[in-house]
Design a protein around this ligand. Structure first.
Ligand code: FE2
Ligand code: FE2
Length: 194
């Protein structure tokens, strides 16, 4: 196999690094569309905030004989969604953008929906739908980023893995509730807006 020639032109990289110092972590070699990446990240941030709110609402309102273990799961997920929101906001700032925490238009910016749900089964279903929307939208963002912004891509890959775990947890809880004689699991409605 032919060897690929690899040389770093340190002199020109040093020159660029000094010239564009006001851009912080965004260097001349950044090949992604920064504005588009920041927009996608702000939409993801809105989705995470909506997920925090929905999970917390469910945590406080879950009731019934099986509520304790389900509520504990909702709280754990709410805290993990908050950590995702924090990571995304940090990255937006690194890219020279402004993280949008405004409550105005939050639901419109979010991919996922805020649905309160009645009873444990409906809450679990709504959260599972939201996780499935997050999984699909984050996968698309990862594909879009490709090799143009590996740092954002790796962050989104880690968040995607966490959303997949959340979806798996919710599926297992729905299955367990079914076995324990709770109301039968209804088919999950597709609430994806795209
Ligand atoms: Fe999340
Ligand atoms: Fe999640």
């Amino acid at each position: 196999m032919a060897r690929r020639h690899f040389v770093i032109d340190a002199a020109s990289i040093r020159k660029q690094a000094r010239a564009d110092i006001e851009h912080g972590a965004v260097t001349a070699g950044y090949s992604a569309d920064r504005v588009a990446v920041i927009k996608a990240l702000n939409e993801s941030l809105a989705s995470e905030i909506v997920c925090v709110l929905r999970y917390r609402r469910h945590y406080y309102t879950a009731s019934g004989i099986h509520a304790r273990s389900v509520a504990a799961e909702f709280l754990e997920h709410a805290n993990e969604e908050q950590s995702h929101a924090d990571q995304i906001a940090t990255r937006i700032v690194q890219l020279g953008g402004a993280p949008d925490f405004s409550p105005y238009g939050l639901q419109e910016r979010s991919h996922t929906e805020y649905v309160e749900g009645q009873g444990l089964v409906e809450m679990l279903e709504e959260n599972l739908v939201a996780e499935r929307i997050a999984i699909d939208t984050y996968r698309k963002i990862i594909q879009y980023l490709g090799n143009d912004d590996p740092t954002t891509r790796r962050m989104m890959e880690a968040i995607l893995a966490s959303e997949e775990e959340h979806a798996e947890d919710l599926s297992s809880l729905l299955e367990e509730l079914g076995k324990k004689g709770e109301p039968a699991k209804k088919p999950v409605r597709n609430r994806c807006k795209h």
